[in-house]
Write a protein that binds this ligand. Structure first.
Ligand code: ZN
Length: 87
């Protein structure tokens, strides 16, 4: 079982977490962007092969969301970053 390092709680078992997808910047104001831009935001992801940043939530623990930098091929974890932190 893989351990994921929650920035607040430390390493915990992977089933305690929920994957939130790739971080994306919501187009604003949402009502004035084109349908194509909105569709891209909703439906298209890069699906990076290799080192990537993802949103994760420690749903069975502190319920905090954070960025997890990991390798999608090897599952190596490089960093767990609190929202607003620079890394
Ligand atoms: Zn936590």
């Amino acid at each position: 079982m893989q351990l994921i390092p929650c920035p607040w709680c430390g390493p915990r078992d992977e089933p305690e977490f929920v994957y939130g997808g790739e971080p994306a910047v919501r187009p604003i104001p949402a009502g004035s962007v084109s349908g194509e831009v909105w569709s891209d935001y909703l439906h298209f992801r890069t699906n990076t092969k290799g080192r990537a940043r993802e949103l994760w939530c420690h749903s069975a623990g502190c319920a905090q969301w954070f960025l997890l930098e990991r390798d999608t091929v090897t599952h190596a974890i490089y960093a767990a970053i609190k929202p607003g932190a620079t890394a």
